[in-house]
Ligand binder design. Sequence first.
Ligand code: DQA
Length: 165
Amino acid sequence: MVIILAGRWLAAGRRPGDLHVLVINGPNLNRTGYRQPEVYGSLTLEDINGQLNRLALTLGMRLTFFQSNHEGELVDFLQGSAAGAQGIIINPGALTHYGYSLRDALQDAGLPAIEVHLSNIHAREEFRRHSVLAPVLTGQVAGLGSQGYLLALRALAHIAGVAGC
Ligand code: DQA
């Protein structure tokens, strides 16, 4: 039963929960739900993380959440955690547009990584339309609100070979 659920990932001799994904949020994302709800939605980061945890459970995945308003802390977290993880979901906030040390750390992590934006950055101010991180990441989801995080988790499950994703 479990093997059918988690497909190739478990067939490779792993147990449910062994597929470990880092969910990282950058500057100001701790204010999600309160900051410009007309742009970023009314769910809080805690709400979104709860939804992610519920989905992760059904996919046999384990999540570690980290949020910081400081680029160096995000770099430290990646350096300390990437070795024990198989994927990354990251909403880098404004660091998307100029965070070169974060980009280097993500490249160094060497994991499948999906960039998520609550808003459609491509339809906003000019400075938001460019991501300095995207060239070293697997893909990007923008403009789908909190659903973007859930889609990113499904994408990582698909990449890892979890059946049905
Ligand atoms: C954001 C978009 C960024 O431009 C902005 O600085 C954020 C949030 C988003 O989720 O839409 O803080 O990453």
